[in-house]
Design a protein around this ligand. Structure first.
Ligand code: SF4
Length: 421
């Protein structure tokens, strides 16, 4: 069953307004214009759609919070700042089917009584930006956006903003600050953006994939959607499969799929023998070959002490050194830490130093305990999710592959010949 890529995967689908209308495009908006806010929100709540940005928060509940807020104006902000290494799914929708989520934003705006939407798109997504710019103009020309949409008393406009490449701006409050023209750094939560969001007004913040589900939910009903995939997080999900796998790519599959099915049936099998898998990019914890039967929904992955995040599934074969990979993950977070709070700013640097020392034969036995302690401190005291999850991969590598670390430290040896010991 395809919801998100149903148009894109059709031969000759061009992604322009004409193609979109041929595939029942904007029929959900026409239906929503005849519905009350409560009715639209009820459908989204009935669907049990969980936000696909990583946190897995119920989308309908978020819309309801903003709808019930008294503050005016209200905003809808689309997070199109896809920055997790290994994630490239929103890009596909932005470039190939932009009307799908413009329609969704407009339906959301009708539900929460907003007149203004903003899209924050990753700076590197030049094609996506151009495609969106064109789609917004097409939608305005045909009155799917603008004043008195399709003859109704509802008006809504969408503005487009480009990010400047900071990973932390994928965090919702850092994104809002960046949108307001400030340095992209996270805010203390609570208050959450649903209550104090863009320009301190009530704001719905959803990512591209979450929104792209909305037209199908409104058109076919929330209850029907709730029966697709895993009951814990229904629907389909875009999994970005990469790393040591024969057929890397973007796969839209029901959330009831297992990791093994994803890799072996859709990904054509691993390239080499599976040693580990990162199910949600570099912020998640390593799974091992023993975990392949896990269901690819938020709850099941969490029960394995990892997280699905935005669905960046990175397969790692047995030629890779986990000490080296842990060091690379730490390096990424040193580079991307915004520097606002000390635990993350300093802790990521210390973790990188300790791991680098281990890879060059200067590791000391106390280093492992120190790394574990650092992870706990970052998790407990960092200001935002970036710092809190920065050493997840390191912690899980230490827990699940202790022999590799011990050999590097005690025997000064990298069995795989990857580290420059
Ligand atoms: S946790 Fe890291 S990214 Fe987040 S505010 Fe602190 S320094 Fe910045």
């Amino acid at each position: 069953m395809k919801i998100l890529l149903k148009n894109i995967e059709k031969e000759n689908y061009k992604g322009n307004l004409k193609s979109y209308l041929k595939e029942s495009g904007y029929q959900a908006l026409e239906k929503a214009l005849k519905m009350s806010s409560e009715e639209i929100i009820k459908e989204v709540k009935d669907s049990n759609l969980l936000g696909r940005g990583g946190a897995g928060f119920p989308c309908g509940l978020k819309w309801e919070f903003v709808y019930k807020e008294k503050g005016r104006p209200k905003y809808i902000v689309c997070n199109a700042d896809e920055g997790e290494p290994g994630t490239f799914k929103d890009r596909l929708i932005l470039e190939k089917d932009p009307h799908l989520f413009l329609e969704a934003m407009t339906i959301c705006a009708k539900a929460i009584s907003s007149e203004e939407g903003l899209i924050y798109i990753r700076g590197e997504y030049i094609e996506g930006y151009k495609s969106l710019e064109k789609a917004i103009k097409e939608a305005e020309k045909s009155n799917f956006l603008g004043k008195n949409i399709l003859g109704s008393d509802f008006s809504f406009k969408i503005a487009l903003y480009r990010g400047a490449g900071a990973y932390v701006c994928g965090e919702e409050t850092a994104l809002l600050d960046s949108l307001e023209g400030k340095k992209g750094q996270s805010r203390i939560k609570p208050p959450f953006p649903t209550f104090v969001g863009f320009k301190d007004k009530p704001t719905v913040l959803n990512n591209v994939e979450t929104l792209a589900n909305i037209p199908a939910i409104v058109l076919k009903g929330g209850e029907r959607f709730s029966k697709i995939g895993s009951p814990a997080s229904p629907g389909t999900k875009l999994y970005c499969l990469s790393g040591d796998v024969k057929k890397p790519g973007i796969y839209e599959l029901p959330t009831s799929i297992t990791l093994k099915e994803l890799i072996y049936i859709y990904g054509g099998g691993p390239d080499g023998k599976i040693k580990a898998v990162l199910p949600g990019g570099v912020s998640s914890c390593f799974l091992t070959a023993k975990d392949l039967d896990v269901i690819m929904d938020y709850k099941s992955i969490q029960e394995k002490d990892s997280m699905l995040g935005s669905g960046a599934v990175i397969v790692i074969n047995n030629t890779r050194c986990l000490v080296d990979l842990a060091k690379r993950c730490a390096e990424f977070f040193v580079y991307e830490s915004c520097g606002k709070c000390a635990p993350c700013r300093e802790g990521t640097k210390r973790a990188k130093e300790l791991l680098t020392n281990i890879t060059i034969g200067k590791g000391e036995s106390g280093g492992i305990e120190l790394l574990k302690e650092l992870q706990e401190v970052l998790y407990d005291t960092s200001r935002c999710g970036l710092g809190q999850s920065a050493l997840n991969a390191v912690r899980s590598a230490l827990e699940k592959f202790p022999d590799e670390f011990e050999k590097h430290i005690l025997k000064k040896k990298c069995d795989l010949g990857v580290c420059p010991i």
